[in-house]
Design a protein. Structure first.
Length: 374
């Protein structure tokens, strides 16, 4: 059986090396499982200790996706097995989220340039891999989203950090609607840095191989320069940017219920992107909406490491509480697209409903991510 994540290096003319990590599950849109997380984590740590490795590239196998998210099928099986038990009982879910978040944090803090070739679909766990890279490249085929509203989770993998730093209230809108954006909006809202045509992959590799590397922090600028030297694609204003004023007006309300009413009303909008966003919100998980709203509110004042610690507690509780399991069932298992959310309305998620999700303190010395960033 072929490895789910391929690790290799290519040689440069000056004797330096560039590491390439290829997510290799194209039939599953390169969804990230625990084995892939562990292989990539080890490769990054090894490369960080090798002076001759000057940069790293992430890419996805196949033509359709960089990474469409985490491996939800294995999580679903363990959620069935541990149904009704405390969040701590599901060891697989705890390991999955802890190791994925540790990897994402490593990427955010990596001492060498990491280029993410964000071609095709980039969602959920794929966004987690891409977000921390120093040079995030999108192409004309890129389609990015944090669509967890559809499956009863929330924009995790540092999504709270990323979305809370998007311009205006666009981050909250994307969290509540799972709206799909292309290259232009990805750069506009801070999810990506550069836009190249898909056919620039080979020229990018050739440019990396022919660059004289300093093997110091100067190499971050060298990567930027060589990307800028390649022909970029012409970007048209995307729907997120063009509807920014409307989105800000809707999402600046303090009361989430009022925001929800306004987003739901978009389902009748003549603009297809807005109407799809409104419809997705209406069909989405009310618990996800509440948790996303609260996490983005808190994330504005927290460090990246603390955000990962906070998200971990919420994620493992989601794996135990039922909506996440039901969302995966409806979207991926039975595929009936008829989830039965509990609670069924946003109003029922007010007050103390959220308390169990935030029960694990980020300062708990036994927290699985206690040493992150410390």
């Amino acid at each position: 059986m072929e490895n789910s994540l391929l690790v290799e290096t290519i040689s440069c003319t000056d004797g330096s090396l560039v590491g390439i990590a290829t997510l290799n599950r194209p039939q599953a849109l390169n969804s990230l499982d625990l084995e892939m997380t562990r292989i990539l984590d080890k490769a990054l740590k090894d490369w960080s200790q090798q002076p001759e490795v000057v940069a790293v590239i992430f890419r996805g196998a196949g033509e359709k996706a960089f990474c469409a998210g985490g491996d939800l099928h294995s999580l679903y099986d363990t959620m069935i097995e541990y149904k009704g038990q405390p969040a701590s009982a599901n060891e697989h879910a705890n390991r999955f989220f802890a190791e994925e978040y540790e990897l994402d944090y490593l990427i955010h803090t990596y001492p060498k340039p990491i280029i993410c070739w964000g071609d095709g679909i980039v969602m959920g766990g794929g966004m987690g891999l891409m977000a921390g890279c120093s040079h995030r490249v999108v192409t004309e085929t890129s389609r990015l989203a944090m669509p967890e509203i559809n499956i009863g989770l929330f924009p995790d993998v540092g999504g709270s950090w990323l979305l809370s730093r998007s311009p205006g209230h666009t981050g909250l809108f994307l969290a509540l609607t799972g709206a799909l954006i292309g290259a232009s909006d990805a750069i506009y809202c801070g999810f990506a840095d550069h836009a190249l045509a898909r056919d620039q992959w080979e020229p990018l590799l050739q440019a990396l191989q022919s660059t004289p590397w300093a093997r110091t922090a100067e190499d971050f600028q060298k990567v930027t320069d060589l990307i800028h030297a390649l022909p970029s694609i012409e970007l048209q204003t995307g729907p997120l940017e063009s509807h920014r004023a409307l989105i800000d007006r809707i999402c600046q309300e303090y009361d989430l219920e009022r925001i929800g009413v306004s987003i739901a009303a978009l389902s009748q909008n003549e603009d297809k992107w807005l109407s799809r966003a409104g419809q997705t919100y209406m069909n989405g998980c009310p618990g996800t909406a509440r948790l996303s709203w609260e996490l983005l509110r808190r994330a504005r004042h927290m460090s990246l490491a603390d955000i990962f610690r906070l998200e971990f507690g919420v994620a493992v509780e989601c794996a135990a509480a039922g909506n996440f399991q039901e969302g995966i069932r409806a979207v991926l298992i039975d595929k009936d697209r008829q989830p039965k959310w509990e609670p069924a309305t946003l109003e029922e998620t007010a007050g103390d409903w959220m308390a169990p999700y935030f029960a694990l303190s980020i300062d708990d010395p036994s927290h699985p991510l206690a040493t992150l960033g410390r």
